[in-house]
Structure formats: C-alpha cells, structure tokens
Design a protein around this ligand. Structure first.
Ligand code: A2P
Length: 326
C-alpha cells in the first residue's frame, strides 16, 4: 500500500506535479492533494478519478504518507516538511528553504543521488537545474573552472502571481507580485536583494551549482533577469573549462547526452528558444562558440521548461528514482 501526498496541488507547479505523476507512471494506492484553506473542497481530476483538495493542517501532516511532494512556498515547507518526515514520509520539496542545509540532499537525478541523512530531499532552483544538466557533460569531459550565468526567466516561475502581473499588466493594471511592471519590460531583480548587491536568486544559482556538482572550487557568478514571457527559462552561460577543447568537442559532449538537445545551426536560424522547450522534458543548448577574451572559454545558450525539468518533472524524477531503488 503506497500513499503519495501532493502539497500545493492547486498551484502552477503543483498542477504540473500531478501531471508528472501520470507521465512518469508513479504507482500509488492512495493519493491525497493538499492546498491552503481557501482551496479546500475544490475538485481535481487525476487519471479519470475525482479528488477533493484537503486543507493542509498540522493534524493532516501527522498522518503517515510514504511520499510527500511539496510546492507551496518556503514557509509552508519549513513548517510542514519536518512534520511529514517525523510521521515517516520521504518528502521532496520544491521550495528554496531546505536546499543549502548541510544534511539535506539537493538532487538532479541525472547527476547525483540522495544520501538520506534526512528524509527531506530538496529540488533545486529552476534555472540552476537546467544549467547544471548542461554543465555536467562539460565537467565530466573537460572540467569546469568558472561559469557566469545571465538568465532570462519566465513569469510562470513566480506562480499564479507572476502570470497575473503579466496578463493584467498588458491591460494596464499595476503589478501586485513584482515590484515593477513586467509587461513590456525586463526586471534585473528576482527574489530579494542581499547586502552585497546580489539577489537571493543569484545566490541560489551560485551556491546550488557547487553543491550539486560537488565542487566548491568552481567559480560561479550570476545575473538573474525576469522577462515578459509565460514559460521556459533561458540561461546564457559563459563557461571556462579546465583544459583546452574545440567548439566541435564541446558540441559533441552535448550531442552524446541523452537529456540534452543540441540546436545549433545559425545558418538556418536554428537555436533553442523558450517556445521550443515548452512542455519538453529535455534541456536545449545552442549558440556554442568560443569566447576569445578568456582561455578555454565558451558561450552556451541553454533553454528549459521551468515548470517541467526546472520544477515538477525533476521532483517526480527524484520520487521515481527513490521508489525504483526501494
Ligand atoms: P492555494 O491555491 O489554496 O492558495 P502558486 O505558486 O502557483 O501561487 O501556488 C502555490 C501553492 O501553494 C498553491 O497550491 C497554494 O494553495 C499552496 N499554498 C500556499 N500556502 C499554503 C499553505 N499554508 N498550506 C498549504 N498550501 C499552501
């Protein structure tokens, strides 16, 4: 008897989590869907059956579930993930709250496996996931010394509130989620600013890259930017390798990777865009070229669906790999 709970089931990522449970053929006997009080009683169709959304309470989190997948924000995860864990569940959490804690695994299944010091597993930041998937074959073949990220992140990464600001902004409404208008604009500001001038989103990309690739010596820097598109993130990566490589060798290492699609034919205007990546499980790369200003350095343009590999798909792939290992 396997029980699975989804927390944040009414959200943008939560509804994709439910879709991914089906797409990845996760087997369960019992499925429970949680959200906040305001959604309790709503009905959701999953696999031809109707489920009623439950309010997440402390009492509910004391029930025993085998697996809990969460995407309901940091404060909900902070409070409820340990309660589910204490009740005997393995929790896979999509918020940033647990990711950098020393005893918490931060997992991209193609790259690393949980060590289970605790039964809370963290799903990395959306832009970080797609970037490390692309960096890993480079690290394996040539070593990665340094990476500079510049992101172009869609509004669905901010949940319903981001989507609303873009849609309503187009009709002239003031933003309610972002500090400045996103319609017809770009914002070099994702998450809160820190004392050193970086944002928390940039810090997540810097810290999480090193943790997932298990290499503190990689120099990482980032500028994270919100752009007025609905879905899929793009990341411009400037990567310094550990040794000399040709453009062809770099392209080949992407071509050999089962989860990466190389789209790189400028003569035919072929390069990945957010529309190409939408609803696709792979990470797309293109515009591979040498950066002549630094030794062994290349530009890599990297695009992925932030709600799939950047969030729900990676979470469910973690769940599947844990279930398969049982
Ligand atoms: P609800 O829809 O009831 O507010 P998004 O990021 O797309 O806005 O979604 C956030 C998700 O997290 C929603 O499913 C939301 O439920 C859920 N959520 C927010 N706060 C809580 C909470 N305190 N307990 C449970 N679920 C929550």
């Amino acid at each position: 008897m396997v029980s699975v709970a989804v927390v944040g089931a009414t959200g943008v990522v939560g509804s994709k989590l439910i879709e991914m449970l089906e797409r990845y053929e996760i087997k369960y006997d019992e499925l429970v869907l949680f959200a906040s009080k305001r959604s309790a009683g709503k009905e959701v169709e999953v696999g031809g059956e109707t489920y009623t959304i439950q309010e997440l309470t402390e009492e509910a989190a004391k029930e025993k579930y085998d697996y809990v997948v969460m995407s309901a924000g940091g404060s909900t995860s902070e409070k409820f993930a340990p309660l589910f864990e204490e009740s005997g569940a393995i929790v896979i959490d999509n918020s940033s709250f647990w990711r950098m804690k020393e005893d918490i695994d931060l997992i991209v299944p193609e790259i690393n496996k949980p060590k289970f010091k605790r039964n809370i597993i963290a799903n990395p930041n959306c832009s970080t996931i797609q970037s490390v998937v692309a960096l890993q074959p480079l690290q394996d073949k040539f070593g990665v010394k340094r990476v500079h990220y510049a992101t172009y992140q869609s509004v669905s990464g901010s949940g319903e509130g981001g989507i609303r600001d873009l849609e309503e902004g187009a009709k002239g409404a003031e933003p309610t989620t972002y500090p400045r208008p996103i319609h017809n604009n770009v914002l070099p500001h994702i998450d809160d600013f820190l004392d050193d001038g970086y944002t928390k989103e940039e810090k997540k990309m810097i810290d999480e890259t090193k943790k997932i690739l298990e290499d503190d010596s990689i120099e990482v820097t980032a500028t994270c930017v919100r752009v007025p598109i609905m879905n899929s993130h793009a990341v411009q990566m400037n990567v310094t390798l550990g040794r000399e490589a040709s453009v062809e060798e770099v392209k080949q290492s992407f071509e050999d990777h089962p989860h990466i699609v190389l789209m790189d034919n400028p003569a035919e205007n072929e390069y990945p865009t957010p529309l190409d990546a939408a609803d696709r499980p792979e990470i797309f790369v293109g515009r591979i070229r040498r950066d002549p200003t630094l030794p062994n350095t290349f530009h890599v343009w990297c695009v992925g669906d932030n709600l799939l590999k950047g969030a729900a798909q990676n979470t469910v792939q973690i769940l599947k790999s844990i279930m398969d290992d049982k």
